[in-house]
Design a protein around this ligand. Structure first.
Ligand code: DGP
Length: 125
């Protein structure tokens, strides 16, 4: 399976420091920042620092160290943001749009953390 990473995408530019962002976590392999168009009171994007296009690309090609760092950063953030059910929060939605049918706008793998209000059913059909 071929993944063509375009390093002119907006998150690559954020990682290079060319565009400002509202950072909420910054580790060796992972960056998290607030979404510029929030769709919930809490809307954070978590991205790996490596050049991965989609979730499946990341899962297949990233090192275990990167994957653990990413996964634990998501969990830590959910706790710090006060939304993790395991830490007494009211819950959150973790969502990764992958590819065309999912309307993935930015071709750099990212996970949305959405929370802060009842989010309703996942999809309206
Ligand atoms: P997706 O459709 O899953 O690819 O979502 C991309 C998200 O990225 C969307 O919710 C808006 C957000 N976004 C786009 N450009 C920027 C930006 O320059 N800064 C930040 N913080 N978020 C952005």
């Amino acid at each position: 399976m071929a993944y063509d990473y375009d390093d002119s995408n907006i998150f690559a530019r954020i990682l290079r420091g060319e565009i400002p962002n509202d950072t909420v976590a910054d580790t060796e392999h992972t960056l998290a920042f607030r979404d510029i168009r929030p769709q919930a009171p809490v809307h954070v994007l978590v991205i790996p620092k490596g050049a991965y296009v989609t979730y499946d690309h990341f899962a297949a090609a990233a090192s275990e160290v990167e994957i653990v760092d990413f996964t634990r950063t998501v969990a830590r953030l959910c706790t710090e943001l006060g939304v993790a059910p395991g830490a007494g929060g009211a819950g959150c939605r973790l969502l990764a749009n992958c590819g065309e049918d999912a309307h993935q706008e930015v071709p750099h793998m990212h996970l949305h953390i959405l929370a802060g209000k009842p989010l309703g059913p996942m999809l309206s059909v």
